[in-house]
Design a binder for this molecule. Structure first.
Ligand SMILES: C[S@@+](CC[C@H](N)C(=O)[O-])C[C@H]1O[C@@H](n2cnc3c(N)ncnc32)[C@H](O)[C@@H]1O
Length: 207
C-alpha cells in the first residue's frame, strides 16, 4: 500500500509550512521517480499531459508548475511539446528534473506567492500532484490563470483527499463568475493506480 511508504506519509502530513515541504522533498528527490512508478502506479502525469498536449500546438510555450522531478515535463516532451519551463519549491527536486533535459528553464518558486512571470505569458500550464494535502491550496489556481494567455488551457490535478475539504469546486465556480476562466471539463481520474487514489483532473481555459 502506497501510504506505507514513509516519504509519502510525510508528504501527506505536511501543513503548508514551506520549510517542512522543502525538507520532505529534499529527502525524497533521489528515490521519488522509483517510488511513484514502482510502488504507487502514479498515472496522473501522463493523463494530465495528454489533456494539455491536445490543446497546445507543438511550438507553444508551457509551464509545469510544481514540476518536481519532471515527470509531467517528460510526458509533455514525449507528446511533442518542446518549450517547457518548470518551477518548484524544492531545489533538490529541480536538480533531478534538470538531468532529464526536457525543460527550457527550471527555477525555484513558491506557488502560494505571486509568481515572477508577466500576465498572459504561457500557451498552456500544467500542475500535477501539487494540489494535495498540505501543499498548495485552491487560491494558487488564480496565479496560474493570470500568467496564461486568454483562451489557453490550464490543466491541474486535485487529489481526492482535498477536493471537497478545501472547496475546489466552489473556488472554480467563483473564478468563472468573476470572468477569469471557464471550466472546460472536470474528470474523475485515476491518480495512484496501485493505491487506488483518484483525483479530479481539471481542464480550465484562462480568460
Ligand atoms: C507530489 S510532488 C509532484 C511533483 C510532480 N509534478 C509530479 O507529478 O511528480 C509535489 C511537488 O510540489 C512541490 N511543492 C509543494 N509546495 C509547493 C509550493 N508552495 N510551491 C511550489 N511547489 C511546491 C514539491 O516541492 C513537490 O515537488
Amino acid at each position: 500500500m502506497a501510504e506505507e511508504n514513509p516519504l509519502l506519509r510525510r508528504a501527506y502530513s505536511l501543513d503548508g509550512d514551506p520549510d517542512k515541504t522543502r525538507d520532505v522533498y529534499a529527502d525524497w528527490a533521489e528515490s521519488y521517480d522509483r517510488d511513484t512508478a514502482n510502488e504507487f502506479g502514479y498515472v496522473a502525469p501522463g493523463l494530465a499531459a495528454s489533456e494539455l498536449a491536445e490543446l497546445v500546438s507543438f511550438d507553444g510555450v508551457v509551464l509545469d508548475a510544481g514540476c518536481g522531478t519532471g515527470l509531467a515535463g517528460e510526458e509533455l516532451h514525449r507528446r511533442g511539446l518542446m518549450t517547457i519551463d518548470g518551477i518548484d519549491l524544492s531545489a533538490e527536486m529541480l536538480d533531478v528534473a534538470a538531468k532529464k533535459s526536457v525543460y527550457r528553464t527550471l527555477s525555484v518558486a513558491d506557488m502560494t506567492q505571486r509568481l515572477g512571470f508577466a500576465d498572459n505569458t504561457y500557451d498552456g500550464v500544467i500542475c500535477v500532484g501539487t494540489f494535495t494535502s498540505g501543499h498548495v491550496g485552491p487560491d494558487a489556481i488564480d496565479e496560474l490563470l493570470r500568467i496564461t494567455k486568454p483562451g489557453a488551457p490550464v490543466v491541474v490535478t486535485v487529489h481526492e483527499k482535498v477536493w471537497d475539504k478545501d472547496g475546489y469546486l466552489n473556488h472554480l465556480r467563483k473564478l468563472e463568475r468573476q470572468g477569469l476562466m471557464r471550466v472546460r471539463e472536470i474528470k474523475d481520474s485515476p491518480y495512484h493506480e496501485k493505491a487506488g487514489y483518484r483525483c479530479q483532473l481539471c481542464i480550465l481555459e484562462a480568460a
